[in-house]
Design a protein around this ligand. Structure first.
Ligand SMILES: [Fe+2]
Length: 336
């Protein structure tokens, strides 16, 4: 069935409120609560958050809406097209990353579907942002997470979901590029926000590393932010990363600083299983390999590699969270 037909059909079904006749209560599955407590060190707050199962038709509808929305940006200049496709592929890969994360964390079907929806829609604002402002830099345009949620609300996209679930997903999307996660939030919402932030970073590393390694690379200001490829790493950027802090994006002076900021994301990884992925994919070494050798770079690589290796000696996720809390400063976080 063509996506447009599917959308029409599902919109009709939605109008008639037939989508949720088979819905069941997700958190009746006690196993998720038990698994969550033992594996991830949190207890689900059943009073808030999502409670109803998302059926397969709803997932298809949301995917079809997303595809159709992005196709709406198809008739633009070549430069815009390139970056629209970049973000479309990124959204799809973040979804794939989150599927893998869900498998590693043994999520149930419903939690998995919620995670997939947050991943697919997390950068929805990027398309409008690039089309309108020709940049992915939020402070030069507007916050892309907030823009995405405005677009979702304006188009009533999540009307096919129960209201509390729609709110839950929007909050996870809003948190994905925040400097800090809010203190007052439900444990399951923070859990999904952390998973999304990790999945997002895993794919951004892939995108930027592919770009840095490409032999005859074309310059892409949307990736390199128009930064000059000048020598050296700025003092404050260097100090932040060797102190295991997230580098503040406002300190970035050149492309090397930006690469160091990206290396420093390891300190913001929330799940040991994900940090394991970072190590097995050699992300840190690969970024370093694209930078000119220097004593500062050597120190950064040594400190970051040691952090990863020591963190991965933790016996479980709880131990990892304590290790991370005691070893990282998480005051700043770059917009992505
Ligand atoms: Fe984003």
């Amino acid at each position: 069935m063509a996506p447009v037909d599917l959308v029409t059909q599902l919109l009709d079904r939605n109008k008639n409120a037939k989508l949720y006749t088979g819905a069941k209560t997700f958190f009746q599955e006690e196993s998720f609560e038990k698994k969550s407590q033992t594996r991830y060190g949190f207890s689900s707050n059943l009073k808030q958050g999502y409670r109803q199962m998302i059926d397969r038709d709803t997932c298809h509808f949301l995917q079809a809406w997303f595809d159709q929305y992005v196709d709406g940006f198809a008739a633009g200049p070549e430069d815009v097209q390139k970056n629209i496709i970049l973000k479309k592929k990124h959204s799809e890969r973040v979804r794939n990353e989150i599927i893998q994360i869900g498998k590693i964390l043994a999520l149930g079907t419903d939690a998995q579907r919620v995670a997939e929806i947050t991943a697919l829609f997390h950068d929805l604002g990027r398309f409008e942002q690039y089309a309108r402002y020709k940049t992915f830099v939020d402070y030069k345009s507007e916050n892309h997470a907030e823009l995405g949620v405005k677009i979702l609300q304006k188009n009533n996209v999540f009307n096919c979901l129960p209201k509390d679930l729609a709110d839950f997903i929007c909050r996870v999307i809003l948190y994905h590029n925040r400097a800090r996660l809010p203190d007052r939030e439900t444990t399951e919402c923070l859990f999904h926000a952390r998973m999304l932030r990790d999945a997002d970073k895993l794919d951004i590393w892939k995108v930027v590393i592919d770009h840095y390694l490409r032999q005859e690379k074309e310059k892409n200001n949307a990736i390199e932010l128009g930064l000059a490829d000048t020598p050296g790493i700025s003092d404050m950027v260097y100090d932040a990363v060797v102190n295991k802090s997230i580098v503040d994006a406002r300190l970035i002076q050149n492309l090397n600083d930006f690469k160091v900021l990206q290396i420093g994301w390891v300190f913001d990884i929330n799940f040991a299983a994900l940090l394991q992925q970072v190590r097995s994919r050699s992300y840190v070494a690969l970024i370093c390999s694209t930078m000119p050798p220097s004593e500062r770079l050597e120190n950064i690589m040594r400190i970051v590699t040691r952090y990863i290796d020591t963190a991965l000696e933790c016996e479980n996720q709880n131990e990892f969270m304590v290790f991370r809390k005691n070893n990282c400063n998480q005051d700043f976080y770059d917009e992505k």
